[in-house]
Design a binder for this molecule. Structure first.
Ligand code: MG
Ligand code: MG
Length: 253
C-alpha cells in the first residue's frame, strides 16, 4: 500500500530533507583529492547530529556508516573507509539519509574530484538530466511508468546503461516504502496521487547495464568497470508542480 503523507508528515519530511541537503552542501565544499571517504562520513555525521537528526543508513541492515560513498565504477552502497582516498579525476557518488521527527529524507549526488574527463562530465550531466526528467512526471494523475519512461528516454538517447536491479522507492516513516520505481519502462500503471512521496534515483552507467555486488556484501560495481553516476531527490506529488523535499529551506536554518 502506498501512503499519502499528511500535512504534518510532509513538514517533518521537509525538515529531514533540509538536513540531507545541508550534508550535500558540506560534501560539495569538502570533496577534494587527498581526502578519505571516512573523512566525508565524519563530516556528514557532524552535520546530521548537530541538526538533531539521525543518520538513516547507520545500522540499516547492518550498514556500518552514515553515508554511502561509491567511487568511479562503484555504483551504490560503497562503505566509507580511511583507506579509500579521493584522487584527481575521480567521481564520487554520495548517498545521504537523515531521519528527523521520525521521517526520512533521501538524496544522492555524484561529484567530480578536481578536474574530470569530458566523457565523465557528460555522464554526470545526463544522469542529473534524467533525474529531473523523472521528477517532472511526478504529478497527481500521472502513472509511475511516466517517471520510469522519462528517465529511460534520457539514458537511451546517449546509449548509456541503466542499472536494472535498483531503483526509486516510496519514502516516509522508513527509508524504503512502497512503491518500487523502475528506472526504465515496465508498464506500471500505478496512479500517482497528491501526497505521495517518492525518492527518484536514476543510476546510469557509461557502459553496460550489468552490475555485481562485491565480497564486502555492500558495494555494487559495474561489470565492465566503467563509471556510474547516481542522482536522487525525495519528491512530493501535489495537484500542481512536483515539490523537492531534499533542498535547503530558509525556515529551518
Ligand atoms: Mg539514497
Ligand atoms: Mg533512495
Amino acid at each position: 500500500m502506498i501512503n499519502k503523507k499528511s500535512r504534518d508528515e510532509i513538514k517533518r519530511m521537509k525538515h529531514a530533507g533540509h538536513i540531507v541537503a545541508l550534508v550535500h552542501k558540506a560534501m560539495k565544499e569538502n570533496i577534494r583529492p587527498g581526502l578519505s571517504t571516512k573523512d566525508l562520513d565524519d563530516i556528514a555525521m557532524d552535520v546530521i547530529k548537530s541538526n538533531r537528526a539521525v543518520p538513516t543508513f547507520l545500522g540499516y541492515n547492518g550498514f556500518p556508516a552514515s553515508i554511502c560513498t561509491s567511487i568511479n565504477e562503484n555504483v551504490v552502497h560503497g562503505i566509507p573507509s580511511k583507506d579509500v582516498i579521493l584522487n584527481e579525476g575521480d567521481i564520487i557518488s554520495v548517498d545521504v539519509g537523515a531521519t528527523y521527527g521520525g521521517m526520512v529524507g533521501d538524496s544522492a549526488w555524484t561529484y567530480p574530484v578536481g578536474e574530470i574527463s569530458q566523457d565523465w562530465q557528460k555522464l554526470l550531466k545526463v544522469t542529473e538530466e534524467a533525474l529531473y526528467a523523472g521528477i517532472k512526471q511526478m504529478r497527481a494523475g500521472n502513472v509511475l511508468d511516466d517517471i520510469s519512461g522519462a528517465i529511460e528516454a534520457v539514458a537511451n538517447r546517449e546509449n548509456y546503461g541503466i542499472v536494472r536491479q535498483y531503483g526509486g522507492h516510496g519514502v516516509g516513516h522508513v527509508m524504503h516504502e512502497e512503491p518500487f520505481l523502475y528506472n526504465y519502462s515496465v508498464g506500471d500503471k500505478t496512479l500517482i496521487k497528491s501526497g505521495y512521496v517518492i525518492a527518484i534515483e536514476p543510476m546510469i552507467n557509461l557502459g553496460c547495464d550489468e552490475v555485481e555486488s562485491l565480497a564486502d556484501g555492500w558495494t555494487v560495481q559495474t561489470l565492465d568497470r566503467k563509471p556510474s553516476a547516481h542522482f536522487e531527490h525525495t519528491v512530493l506529488a501535489t495537484d500542481g508542480e512536483p515539490e523537492l523535499m531534499t533542498i535547503i529551506r530558509e525556515e529551518f536554518l
